[in-house]
Structures are given as structure tokens and as C-alpha cells.
Design a protein around this ligand. Structure first.
Ligand code: NDG
Length: 375
């Protein structure tokens, strides 16, 4: 469902940013599940058209939108400074925030919402489905480079924008509580999905336990590394930057790598209803491992490397639980485009979990093999 924000309101907001020229176009981008996003065009007096991304932060998901903005500003500034100081792998860079007319990087609306504006990079696009190994390699390299660029940013400088975001145990417990409550009367139709999830309960603690024991470190991570959060240059197929920094906070790199595999490895969309289309493309997985190790291989420890393949399954299970929870709670969190959409998304994720399980041996062997090649 497109957002309820009208064109007039978006136009009013666009004019509050310090952009030169006349607003000539505004078009909603409906791919994201959380924030409302618009692409706007401004034409200067000499006929040059420049485009920008305007985004309203979803305040029911991000309870502290100003905290989100402070994080984004901090991370962006840190990355820019590092990139300027020495020649780094620039694919881990991020979009520049564009200031409002009052100099701040955000603008309020009449409904107490917070808007920000980014430069739009011409000639680049994002992909919901990876088309070839080159794109997979590039995207993974960019996220590894991003993690490297923020590795020396002090965690105390960042707020936790969504507490417990990848706490897979609480995601599981919350789902079970929602099932118990059955507020929308939808539990009867999801028996099979629940049984599948319950059978895998033991696995939800694996990364949490590794973190708890100190076997894997807390690092600053992106936490929402969907394949469509990397901008790819259309001409060269090279990654240009990483976007959507709202969930950058301390976490495990495993969730980042895993989410990239979740959203890149299958040729099907996240909400595919023809489940037989959901498969694990091993050449794409290999390219993701290679790309990620090319930029992150230098700082990962052995436990992180050993769990890379498993992380794909874990995050896919987590996201499936979140879609199911939202379906059972009446679709309050993720934007949906039709009734039952969250259930469809959940079913597609669970099918992917099963496919990943079928390929786990091969995936683990692939990681070991690529690590050996590297050393
Ligand atoms: C959104 C979610 C992300 C989830 C994805 C599923 C937030 C802030 O949708 O966690 O994995 O497609 O909840 N982001 O991007």
C-alpha cells in the first residue's frame, strides 16, 4: 500500500531543504518496508535537473527518530573523514545527507515526523534480485568495506536505534507470546509454519551464545544488509555505496553477512509465492563469500568465519519469524501491499531456510575453501 503522504505534503517538505531551483517531479519509491521514500527532481534556471531522495522516518518503528539521525550523521561523517584521510575501499561509503534551509540535516513535518534528504546518484540503481555473480561479489565487498570503515568508531557514540534488533531468542519468544494471544484470530492458518519454526528453536541461540561467551566480538555493523541496500553502478556493475544506515549499531557481522545471503542467493523475490522458484544458487553464494572476504577477511576471527554459512540460515529464520509475528499481530510493522502479504513473505523465507539447510554442507565447505585460497 502506498503511504498516505500526499504529493502536496512532500512538495512542502522538499522546499524546506536547501536545494536550488524549482521542484519539477516527485515520485514515491515503494520498495522499502519501513520508511516512506520519495524521489524528487529540481530544475535550476539553466535547465539542469538534479534529483534527491526524501525520506520520512517511520516513528513507530524507530521510537527515537532524532537518535537515528544523530547516528546517521555520525557514521556518515566518520566514513567521510576516513575516506579522505587515506585511500580506502570507497565502495563502503554512504550517501551524503543534504541540509535543510536552517542548516540541520533533518526537517520536521506537521505530524511531528522527521524527514531527511540524500543526494541521488545518477546512473546507479539497486537490485531486489541479484542478476549475476559480479553484482553479488560487489555487494558483499561493499558491506565488508563498510564494516571496516566503521570498525574504529566508538560504540558509545551510537544509540541502539531498535533495542534487541537481532536478538533471535527474544524474536522467538515474542512470536510464541503473540501465538498465545492470537489477537487477530489468524493462528489456525499457520500451524505448519509454526511447527517448522518450533523444530528449529535450538538454533536461535547459537550466535547469541557465541557473543555471550566472547567467542565472537560485538562490532559496529549495518544490521539491514538487504541486497537492495547497496547502490550499483549500472554501466560498470560496481558497488558505489551502502545505503540505509538507520540500524547501524553494535552487533555481530554474522547477521550482516547472513542477511546478504538471504536476499541475494535465490533468484526469487522475498515474497515469492511460487515456492519452487526459491533455490540456493551456489555460484552466487561463492561470489558473496569471495566479495565479503576480500574486504572483511582481514578482521574476522575463526568463529566468525566458521559461522558464515550458518548465519544465512539463522537470519532467514529470524526474518521469517518477524514476518509471521507481524501477520499474527495484524500487520503493524512492515508495510504490506495486499492482505496476507506478511504470511507470503514468511512462507518464502521458510522455504529458503529449508533450501539453505539442504546446501549447508556445501556452503560450509565453500567458505573453508575460499578462506584457504585467501591465506
Ligand atoms: C526491513 C527491516 C529489516 C528486515 C527487512 C525484511 C527494519 C528497520 O525489512 O530488518 O530484514 O525485508 O525493521 N528493517 O528492511
Amino acid at each position: 500500500m502506498s503511504s498516505l503522504i500526499g504529493l502536496e505534503a512532500v512538495t512542502g517538505i522538499a522546499l524546506k531543504f536547501a536545494i536550488e531551483g524549482k521542484l519539477t517531479s516527485a515520485e514515491e519509491i515503494e520498495t522499502g518496508h519501513i520508511n516512506s521514500t520519495w524521489k524528487v527532481g529540481f530544475e535550476t534556471e539553466d535547465g539542469e535537473v538534479r534529483r534527491f531522495i526524501l525520506q520520512r522516518i517511520n516513528a513507530s518503528v524507530f521510537k527515537d527518530p532524532m537518535g537515528v539521525m544523530r547516528n546517521v550523521e555520525r557514521v556518515t561523517r566518520h566514513i567521510n573523514e576516513r575516506v579522505m584521510r587515506k585511500k580506502e575501499d570507497v565502495s563502503g561509503q554512504t550517501l551524503a545527507l543534504y541540509p535543510g534551509r536552517d542548516g540541520r540535516f533533518w526537517v520536521p513535518d506537521e505530524a511531528d515526523g522527521i524527514w531527511r534528504c540524500y543526494n541521488f546518484i545518477e546512473g546507479c540503481r539497486t537490485y531486489d534480485v541479484v542478476e549475476n555473480e559480479g553484482q553479488a561479489y560487489q555487494a558483499a565487498r561493499a558491506f565488508g568495506a563498510f564494516q571496516d570503515l566503521v570498525s574504529d568508531l566508538s560504540p558509545e557514540l551510537l544509540v541502539e536505534t531498535i533495542p534487541g534488533f537481532h536478538d533471535t531468542r527474544s524474536r522467538y519468544e515474542h512470536l510464541m507470546a503473540v501465538v498465545e494471544e492470537n489477537a487477530c484470530g489468524r493462528v489456525a492458518e499457520v500451524g505448519e509454519e509454526l511447527a517448522f519454526i518450533r523444530e528449529r528453536e535450538g538454533e536461535v541461540d547459537r550466535v547469541l551464545n557465541l557473543l555471550g561467551r566472547g567467542d565472537i566480538p560485538l562490532r559496529i555493523t549495518h544490521n539491514d544488509t538487504k541486497i537492495n541496500n547497496v547502490m550499483i553502478d549500472e554501466a560498470s556493475d560496481e558497488a558505489v555505496c551502502v545505503i540505509d544506515l538507520d540500524t547501524v549499531m553494535p552487533g555481530s557481522v554474522l547477521y550482516d553477512f547472513g542477511d546478504l545471503v538471504r536476499t541475494a542467493v535465490s533468484p526469487a523475490e522475498e515474497d515469492e509465492t511460487e515456492l519452487s522458484k526459491i533455490v540456493v544458487r551456489m555460484p552466487i553464494f561463492e561470489a558473496l563469500v569471495d566479495g565479503y572476504l576480500s574486504s572483511a577477511g582481514g578482521f574476522l576471527n575463526d568463529s566468525e568465519v566458521t559461522n558464515l554459512a550458518f548465519s544465512a540460515k539463522l537470519i532467514t529464520l529470524e526474518v521469517a519469524m518477524r514476518f509471521l509475528t507481524d501477520h499474527l499481530e495484524g500487520d503493524r510493522y512492515f508495510k504490506i501491499h495486499h492482505a496476507g502479504h506478511n504470511l507470503e513473505r514468511c512462507r518464502a523465507q521458510l522455504r529458503l531456510v529449508a533450501e539453505l539447510e539442504g546446501k549447508m554442507g556445501e556452503m560450509e565447505a565453500c567458505v573453508l575453501d575460499r578462506v584457504k585460497t585467501l591465506s
